[in-house]
Design a protein around this ligand. Sequence first.
Ligand SMILES: O=C(O)[C@H](O)[C@@H](O)[C@H](O)[C@H](O)COP(=O)(O)O
Length: 235
Amino acid sequence: MSADHIRRHTYADPESLARALAERVEATLREGVSARGQAVLAVSGGSTPVRFFEELSHRALDWARVTVTLVDERWVDEASERSNARLVKRHLLKGPAAAATFVPLYTGAETPEAGCAEARRRIAALPRPFDVVVLGMGEDGHTASFFPGGDRLAEALDPDNPALVVPMRAQGAGEPRITLTLPLLLDTRLLVLHIEGETKRAVLEAALAEPDPSRRPVSAVLQQPRTPVEIYWAP
Ligand SMILES: O=C(O)[C@H](O)[C@@H](O)[C@H](O)[C@H](O)COP(=O)(O)O
């Protein structure tokens, strides 16, 4: 991995970060729409992306040509506070961005194992490479649903796995999940890792220094040679 493969963007506070990231993502989606007539944005759930979603939602883009999907999902109904689809609908798919097409990963099947084939069909139908992937990171070093100790972590990180989508169960995950695979997430024109706070910065530095992804799976994103990683951070 060369040093210019990791690009750091540091901001004074989460609000400035959200504005800068929304601007970058807006510009990249606009380029995608004008070059190819459509664009795909894959986003994370959790709490960190809310400000960024709010900022992006009112940007004047041709949203009808944008597809929004998730990098991972907790296997819960949209009525649950834990649902990433619910988060995206509440904070991103409103105002001008309400015109975007949303492709959820949750299918209503009883388990992610049972719903995986359908989720895979949905994702396989999207144009690739994606235009933008925005990842988050947990304090345990997980990203997407690549959790330490995850039952299918090796499958999800395998650069040659054509599966696109895999179920994931892990102690730290809360509920069963489903996740896009690492090779799919790397197949994007812009790959962002959005993290906030000193604790996560320390985890990031440790992950940058450690090639083995089993301890902090985000290492697999940071240490791959294929796609530059744009790290957006604020305290
Ligand atoms: O569904 C999810 O939980 C995510 O997509 C996950 O990978 C997230 O990005 C991190 O857990 C960070 O979450 P926070 O922003 O809540 O710290």
